[in-house]
Design a protein around this ligand. Sequence first.
Ligand code: ATP
Ligand code: RIB
Length: 313
Amino acid sequence: MKHRILIVSSANIDFVQRMARLPQQGETVLEDAVCKYVAGGKGSNSAVAFARLGADAVFCAKVGRDENGARLKRIYGEEGIDTRFVFEDSQFSTGLASILVEEEDGANRIIVYPGANGALSVENVEEAFTCYPDGVFVQLEIPDEAVFAAARFAREKDIPLFVDAGPVRPGFPLEELGRAEILSPNETECAALTGIVPDSVESCLKAAIRLAGMVETKYVVIKLGSRGSFVYDGKYYHLVPAHKVQAVDTTAAGDVFTAALSYAYLQKGDIQEAARFATYAAALSVTKEGAVPSVPTLRQVKDFAAQLREGGR
Ligand code: ATP
Ligand code: RIB
């Protein structure tokens, strides 16, 4: 079944530099680094992931009335994403992210200028709900009011809500989400929300229990980078190790993971199977440069999974 998923989130153009070595404080590094402008933003990455995996993706976001905004909308259209609710703001320019990627392990450092993302309003979100979604997916790179409105409308209409907690700000009132099907923070977000660094099974469990106490959620799935993910269903936990791949650029791995997790969960309702599927998708995304350009298709995820199974992994 092709589920319609409404992604309420952010849109950016990423300026990406791959560096052999990052500058120290006060240092200027001149490098013939590979620089690229690519489509990004947590919402773009997730919307493209849903679309490439086969969902009917409807994107609710805000871009500027500028060249970058037009470029993003063109890309979404080419991906088959419904852009009726990608609004244009005449005051702010399209969001920008400056990303430094370390060549050694593909790890990144990101600074975001939110621009038009900061103007996504409750009214915009309300309008987007006229698409009659089967699932709603939110991330936190937009105003809190927009996130809470999406959560409220989803609750009122009894639509499952998937929350990727990136990038959470300290003091974010998680409880205002009310109810979620899956809540998925990464390590930093988990620590910011709970005060617990999820660096062991015990601390993951403690953090997951705390998160489940903060918001009514069926599942907590903590993303643990190259260590994999931790799935908690309110009673039992399950660890899903990451696949060993050559990490080129980890940007968007988290977005791809949570989108793939939500997609697969909507398809079959099995959280462990969904986490395994998401782990394949995210592993593929780290082997490629860039945010949107690194998002795999359903075919690629299936082939990769089959290849690993044949190799006994
Ligand atoms: P980002 O902010 O870079 O998009 P994130 O911090 O939100 O990512 P991570 O925990 O880094 O999310 O990654 C999400 C998932 O991607 C992990 O749970 C894991 O399955 C996979 N992953 C991340 N890094 C690697 C890696 N180096 N090798 C293999 N898989 C990885
Ligand atoms: O999660 C990766 C994304 O974070 C990048 O594409 C960047 O735009 C920031 O939003």
